[in-house]
Design a protein around this ligand. Structure first.
Ligand SMILES: C[S@@+](CC[C@H](N)C(=O)[O-])C[C@H]1O[C@@H](n2cnc3c(N)ncnc32)[C@H](O)[C@@H]1O
Length: 478
């Protein structure tokens, strides 16, 4: 089968990593007794019958994109095109939970070769199915499709799946609440009136790049970041005069909306399509403050913070409940990949001390401020890469009693797992947002130590998307 070949009437089997769908093909891998597999990107669900176009060919698998949905699956409930940012909205919520539970259990396939009996607890449903996101990022961009004869110069919304340079225009997203949607629409309308072109990711030109909105769930404070490409203007004077109008608009907006407490401009020359770059506070306070489990957390424009506040409470409570308090009471907890110190601070009332290790300087600084704000004196923040911390600090922190690991999607750095094991703590709690890297790291831990997996618990923090959060507890064998 060659690239661009169209495969017809394929029945989607199941979800695998990265939100892709999986089908086992009736075609042998050369010199092997395995059959080839097909990964599918696009709107589908298990049981859908689709036509796909092959876009990548490898020795033992193909990657493909859906070109037509021939028959909907029985678990589909509506039309997905209506729900930007929430591709699974058309799948019954209980079915979504089943898909996620199955994916977690299947991703432990190789782990179960080492520990066949694993205690998979049933996935915990999300506290809210809609309006749960406290952070959303809309991109400006064009949509040009010669095939469909659509040439739109001004779009704000989300990138078209699989076609990164194209942005599909949306006026609202059901994963944020109505106040965030109203605010987004006001900013979008303002941008639409301006003559300044949107950023073109392909040609690397155009001015406006992103609208990022962050709104705390429990304290009702909103931060907006408007990101633009400064190099669009050749001279500084033209840039400054363009920014005057933008600043004026946002200052007036803040005057009319009391929950809008922090507004930044992001001078964003970065190649990657995210809101980074130099931040200029143009109105309000530097941070917004969320309250979780009775503690206050300042969140800056670049800080990581769980995007579902009620879900985060659920997740952190689970981590605390999973911890064997009797084995580290009055001991040291290492909170690795600590972000703004949320988990560390939540554990601080049952530990003697907590060391929170985080790469992002702003998150660490905010963590320190958060601790002071909450009169917590036993959490130390170390701003360094976990892999470097492990190399340099093992001797010093050898006395650690509990390890909590919460790495980004890529999982731990390859050098980290080996060093993690040297602490020899009675328990390790691993929090993960990526089943594939979680399973890889779990496999390493089981193969190279006398830890055993006590339990695995998935939490649905992101309904209507493929994202899953999972907590794994490792304990020492008797
Ligand atoms: C999934 S977040 C967890 C944050 C925190 N535990 C929480 O629940 O809010 C992962 C964090 O790891 C940080 N990070 C990424 N790579 C890192 C590394 N190599 N060393 C230390 N921190 C890292 C990120 O900046 C981010 O704050």
């Amino acid at each position: 089968m060659k690239k661009w070949h169209i495969l017809e009437d394929i029945t989607v089997e199941k979800l695998v990593f990265g939100g892709k769908w999986f089908v086992r093909l009736d075609e042998w891998v050369t010199d092997s007794n395995k059959k080839k597999v097909l990964f599918i990107t696009g709107w589908a669900v298990p049981g859908s019958i689709v036509d796909v176009k092959i876009i990548k060919k490898r020795k033992d698998y193909y990657e493909s994109q859906i070109v037509a949905v021939k028959k909907k699956s029985l678990i589909e409930t509506g039309a997905y095109e209506l729900f930007p940012g929430a591709p699974w909205m058309n799948i019954d919520y209980n079915e979504q939970l089943k898909i996620k539970q199955t994916q977690i259990e299947e991703s432990f396939f190789h782990v179960q070769k080492i520990q066949p009996e694993i205690n998979f607890l049933p996935i915990i449903p999300a506290p809210d199915q809609f309006g749960y996101r406290n952070k959303i990022e809309f991109s400006f961009g064009k949509y040009i499709s010669h095939k469909e004869e659509v040439f739109q110069e001004f779009n704000v919304g989300f990138h078209k799946r699989g076609e990164f340079s194209k942005v599909e225009d949306y006026d609202e997203c059901l994963l944020i609440d109505s106040e965030q949607n109203i605010l987004y629409k006001k900013i979008k309308d303002f941008a639409k009136q301006s003559w300044l072109p949107v950023h073109d990711q392909k040609m690397w030109t155009g001015f406006r790049r992103h609208i990022l909105i962050r709104k705390t769930y429990f304290t009702n404070q909103t931060m907006v970041i408007f990101s633009y490409f400064p190099e669009y203007f050749e001279n500084k004077k033209d840039l400054e005069s363009a920014l005057i109008d933008i600043k004026k608009f946002f200052i007036e907006l803040a005057e009319s909306d009391t929950s809008l407490s922090s507004i930044y401009l992001s001078h964003n020359s970065n190649k990657s399509d995210t809101v980074i770059g130099d931040m200029e506070l143009i109105c309000g306070s530097e941070v917004i403050t969320e309250e979780l489990l009775g503690l206050q957390f300042d969140i800056g424009p670049k800080s990581f913070f769980q995007t579902n506040s009620r879900g985060a409470e659920l997740l952190y409570t689970l981590v605390k409940d999973f911890s064997h308090k009797e084995s580290f009471k009055n001991g040291t907890v290492l909170d690795l990949y600590g972000g703004t110190g949320t988990i560390g601070m939540i554990m601080s009332d049952i530990a003697k001390d907590v060391i929170s290790v985080e790469l992002n300087e702003e998150a660490s600084t905010n963590g320190q401020r958060n601790a002071q704000k909450n009169s917590i004196n036993n959490v130390e923040f170390i701003n360094v890469k976990v892999e470097d911390f492990l190399n340099d600090y093992i001797e010093k922190w050898m006395k650690a009693d509990l390890l909590i690991i919460d790495p980004p999607r890529a999982g731990m750095h390859p050098s980290a797992p080996e060093n993690i094991l040297k602490f020899n703590t009675k328990q390790i709690i691993y929090v993960s947002c990526n089943p594939a890297t979680l399973a890889r790291d779990c496999q390493y831990i089981l193969e190279n130590s006398d830890y055993t997996i006590e339990k695995v618990q998935a939490v649905d923090m992101f309904p209507h998307t493929h994202h899953i959060e999972t907590v794994v507890s490792f304990i020492k064998k008797d």
